[in-house]
Ligand binder design. Sequence first.
Ligand code: FAD
Length: 765
Amino acid sequence: MSVCVGMARHRYTVLLILAAISLLAKSGNGLYSPADQVTLLDYSNLDGILYNSSKAWVVEFYASWCGHCISFARVWKSLANDIKDWKPALSLAVVHCANPVNSKLCRRFEVTSYPTIKLFKAFSRPFVRGEHFSGSERSVSALRHYFIDHLEAHDENVWPPACPPLEPVSMAEVQSFFAFNDVLYLALIFEEENSYIGREVTLDMLQYENIAVRRVLKSEESLVKLFGVQSFPSCYLYFNDTSHRAASVKKETRIFYTYYLRRLPGVTRGAYKLTAENVTYGDSTETWKDFNSSKLYMSDLESSLYYSLKMEVVKHQELSGDTLMALKNFITVLTKFFPGRPFIMKLLQITDTWLRDVGTGPVSSRALMDVLNNKNRIPGAVLPDKENWVGCQGSRPHFRGYPCSVWTLFHLLTVQAAKHNNSMVLAGKSVQSDPLEVLSALRQYVKHFFGCRECAVHFESMAAVSMNSIQTFDKAILWLWSRHNRVNNRLAGALSEDPKFPKIQWPPPDMCADCHNEINGHHEWILDAVMNFLNVHYSPDNIDYSYLKEEEELRKKQQKVEEDTWQGQERTVPEEEWKKDIDEDKGKQEKEKSTEQSMMNEERQVNQRSVRRIRSQKRSFVKWKHTARRDVEDIVDLDLFVNEQYKKQALKGRAENERASMMSKKYRGPQLHLQSIDESGESKEMLQNWVVWGGDNVIAKKKWIGLRGMNFSRMDTGLCIMLYFLTALSLLSLYLYFKMMFRCWKLKYWFASACIGIKYSRERK
Ligand code: FAD
């Protein structure tokens, strides 16, 4: 009884959490509304709508801040409107990935760029991730054709029940049509093989009764002759009494055919409803914050860190190779040059150290998220868990925000790097600074993580032309300024431009009159003045700290959001479950892959996934030992310790050797850390291990040799080798011993038989 009450209470709590998350979801503002003919999916309804559906789905994953998503929204809405009659067979949907409540969902679907389009067949099994749309042309008609191909790719056993046959008919089928179908008309669309009109009209008429539509290929000569078809495409009506007539339309196009057929006597719309699914997506209730555009806002900068790290970077389920390196470089320049509040810096330093320790990875997004969320509760280290735009506010929620803050952050970092270099030179310290350090980090960040892929491609093409020739810090500042102005120029008047914040060549004359000059009617920049202006504008002294949340508030919020999100979502989609399904799904796909190369890739992914699974199992242990960890935090002065530790490591670059020797002496493995904690010395030692451990990646840290998912330390390997030699040695001694024994025995035998022989010959004599 008490168990039942407990379970009921537990369920109630889960429901409350889900309701809270659902409210949060509704406050995320997207580019689509229920008025558009698209279904608005989010983490709470996607599984129920998409899987085991009797129709096929095409889903656009987008971010509202992404300029190309804003432009593409027009195409997607127009397409949704264009094929709204196809809904019983194929529907369009959208997922707003910039809404934090959907971030886990978008990770699950491996959405790393926007907009991403995925196709799902009817009756897709739960947790299938969909087929990635790889077509380069994204016009309404190209997409429509692609969707028809997608429908045709369904097997017979999963064919959407509402979807009429799309293949061409033969003479025999036409002749026997009315024997099997109780309709008034059979509309035949004669067309070339590569034409889509027949199938489009068939789908357009899907909801209409008393009529069926089929396509006839030009190559079906008997039918072409029977109907007397002269041109292609053309539409004919065929009746029950075997008579036929041409459709009287002014133009032989899809729209004219559809319009004509829908108005035939006796043709009526069927029972299908055209209304979009009843899913709502609320509007913004954010209040406007007044700001001064000549200032930088720490709130924007911190929001930029939040969004880039906790939303963009973690979209990659696993980081390794160039992607991991891009993250490392990004974090390194942040720890070096970002003038952040102490607790933000501490979190960045912890992340930096952890990333150095994981070496070449791979690193799971979940492990990274644990570090960013400070799962180990190291005091005085926290990152915001929500964006709070001030100077980067847009007049509507999808304008400005994140991309605005990325530019601001990197301008600030280029200026800070130059200042740092100057101060080192002035102090007479020998420095080996790289003027390209910040720009390279930005370039890699944009290349690997910036969700707007087309933006990334544009930026990369600019960087490839001239970035590497930069030789001074001032040139790096000016390069970023001038390239940003090029982007401003290109985007002026684009759909992504906030009408209240038009794209201008920056800084405008009212911000910096000295920066501008006019010679013979031509505008010219005074570069020295621009340089001075940038140095002042992007300096820590120009940062406004209004609208910021205090550390304590951020910490509490972070803990709560993290617990709610993981718990709530884990219940909605158990990770192991969907991973298992993904594995199965992958297995099925593997069969379809024909080339050796793709098979090798698959194998690699499966291996990586199994490593991930081992890691996530480890992580659950951490959760379990929560209380023990808190006890330790009460005992030691972690703040002081971590500060000292990381300053050394991040800024002086001595960490590698120190930590290597420390780890080899003191490392004990994750379970010990969480259990026995007594004295402060012990605790410090344990904390060191914690920090570098940072969650799941303990495997990556300690592993020396890995074999089929099992990792062996140096000691294991040493013992193994020793054991091997000992065994070999004892085998050798045994061999020698028996060999000697055998020889002795042989000698004895020979001697005995010789004696007997002598004795015998003597006796004979
Ligand atoms: P932003 O252009 O984002 O500028 C932010 C702030 O920086 C401004 O408010 C101003 O204070 C300051 N600023 C403006 N110009 C300069 C300058 N020249 N030097 C120094 N400071 C300046 N969107 C697309 O639609 N297509 C793209 O191809 C594209 N490429 C992008 C590439 C990168 C690397 C980034 C970070 C963003 C890109 N974007 C792109 C987004 C776009 O540039 C804007 O960031 C977005 O439209 C928001 O514009 P905004 O009005 O907030 O001002």
